[in-house]
Design a protein around this ligand. Structure first.
Ligand SMILES: [Zn+2]
Length: 50
């Protein structure tokens, strides 16, 4: 999906933990398909949900 971020349409995803959309970052440029969480905190919190 794409969302508007600071006036620009950017590639984005919904975080599996917090369910909020987050936009692609430079470090994910080559593996954004594999990114499932908006942050390290959400990645670590995945087991707390469900
Ligand atoms: Zn998140």
């Amino acid at each position: 999906m794409k969302i508007l971020d600071r006036g620009q349409m950017k590639e984005a995803k919904l975080c599996l933990t917090c369910k909020k959309p987050f936009t692609i970052r430079k470090k994910w440029k080559n593996n954004f398909d594999e990114v499932l969480y908006c942050s390290e905190r959400c990645r670590k919190n995945k087991k707390a949900e469900n």
